[in-house]
Design a protein around this ligand. Sequence first.
Ligand code: HEM
Ligand code: SF4
Ligand code: FES
Length: 658
Amino acid sequence: MVEAAPLKESKNKFERLKAEKDGLEVRKELEHFAQIGWEAMDETDRDYRLKWLGIFYRPMTPGLFMMRLRMPSGILTSGQMRVLAEIVQRFCNSSGFQDQGIADITTRQNIQIRSIRIEDLPEICKRLQEAGMTSIQSGMDNVRNITGSPVAGIDADELIDTRGIVRKVQDMITNNGEGNPSFTNLPRKFNIAIAGCRDNSVHAEINDLAFIPAYKNGVIGFNVIVGGFFSAKACIEAIPLNAWVDPRDVVAVCEAVLLVYRNNGLRANRQKARIMYLIEDWGIEKFRSEVEKQLGHSLQTAAEKDEILWDKRDHIGIHSQKQPALNYIGLHIPMGRMYADDMFDLARLADVYGSGEIRLTVEQNVIIPNIPDSRIASLLKEPLLQRFKVNPETLERSLISCTGAEFCNFALVETKNRALALIKELDAELSVPSSVRLHWTGCPNSCAQPQVADIGLMGTKVRKNGKTLEGVDIYLGGKVGKDAHLGTCAIKSIPCEDLKQVLRDLLIKDFGAQLKSEAELTATNTASVTISAVADQINNVLESKVQSNGNGIATQTAEAVIAPPAPSPSQTATINFAQSGKEVTCNGDDLILDVAEASGIELPSSCRSGTCGTCKQKLVEGQVEYEGEPEALEDSDREQGFILACIARPVGKVVIDA
Ligand code: HEM
Ligand code: SF4
Ligand code: FES
């Protein structure tokens, strides 16, 4: 994926690839792709268009793909969980730090299954379809999994059972899972959430379109908010549309908003393509009236107040349902990560103790509903509940993490394994009076929403003693539930190796934590994995990746993983850093930011994937090639000769104004 810079076209690469061929078209070619294999595939089909089918090529594990399903409201049956378990057992390869296939529960109540070969995808899609599941339109410029209250229909205090509405909205957008070309060319991704509960269990405010319960003239319906989103550059909360919608009209309003966005959303610059920028451009009044025009009737004005009155619940533990003598049980799934055996077991528990239903939460956990009082005691004795606990330790309970460097090529740090090991150590050392929501996200793209956390940790690279190390920026002050608002970056550039001390101090100072006594320490320490053991494991894997092909692209020792193509021999290049007066000879494969850092020249950086623009530098002379898409460059930047140092490689001799 190398492109000459500067690009002059006003259409960005993604608009071009959508215009050339609709993403859904690749569905017809899946059998063909399976026959020719991943290496022979057209790269645009492989790396981008397959995402319209929910299939993500993962450069960290060459030859292997991740599949993102759709799970409206995060609800599935035990039968569906069993089908997924069979797929994970049979088709998901060992990769990353894993010696077997895995599935991850995501922060959108969804499931991602990992490390699949293209050869197996037709059979996997067939099995999913037979089981009534789909992964269609779950990536790229499509509507993501639609979130709803995870206890809809069973919550004694709910206002609207949103299950049917969420399902209908998904069916409208995906044409009942068959694929719907009306919504496959949005300007950018789009998130929808529908809350019928009192605790905003869907994080409505961070969605492009969200419905929150509100009474108008004594009738329960929804106030509508629009425009919330996170990106590497900006994090913006949704704002009121000044509209109240009857539950029966939600599908039509979703359709109208999507069509207005599809037809008018800004497309030239992907940084400005989310719906909030269209709203900013037009003003909310014009946006609202365009939605009305599309709907064909006027919208009612918003109800004066909404009914989000509670702090957010995490649903872990045993809870009475609104149905007498029935309960739901929330199980804590560490980091949302499941192996095939876990999935079979969850399906069995749902059948034996519940009604054969399983639900997922945005905290990456599982709920089993409809358990009679009489079966609770025996359920609590099930061995799986030793791992998937109903009473996890305080800090571990509220720990959330994105995929991180184990599988994600954007990641600047390893997340899930490190986060879990660190939190086990802190739980062993500290008594924390109440839950502290800790979100780890591997890069500024913010998939794990550090801005809604009590303590958010965002992966970054930091400099310490002349070395570049994995580190984090720390976000504080995020509030969820009633009066939700976003946290902000409070502490920058903490090396991961120093993080435990920093978090310990923060938890003691701001969250009322106390050091445990010696006796308590001895009791709890025996169970915990040490961070240093995990750090060694991480380092070993990362080192073997770097050694294997010299440029940090992951290869695995496991036989199931196909080796990446051999790197082409690289040319020598020279970078002259004009302001620093340094001229460095390097490899033509080297990234300018890396060369600068290795030469002791500090350039600002953040995402290191071309999406945030922090590393923008002026190219005074010469040419660069990009590894990936320089998304953060506007046309005007290119015209003025700016480059993104984090993904730019020098061609021959270049002069940088740094
Ligand atoms: C330009 C910005 C972004 C890019 C390029 C991006 C890219 C990705 C990629 C490649 C993955 C798959 C990683 C894997 O599991 O192998 C992923 C996962 C995910 N992304 Fe993003 N993402 C972006 C922003 C966001 C934002 C702002 C959100 C929502 C706040 C989000 C939500 C998710 C979720 C829920 C997952 C599933 C994994 C998880 O639960 O953390 N993404 N993203
Ligand atoms: S936050 Fe970054 S590292 Fe984590 S999944 Fe998203 S893109 Fe990957
Ligand atoms: S550091 Fe974000 S674009 Fe380079």
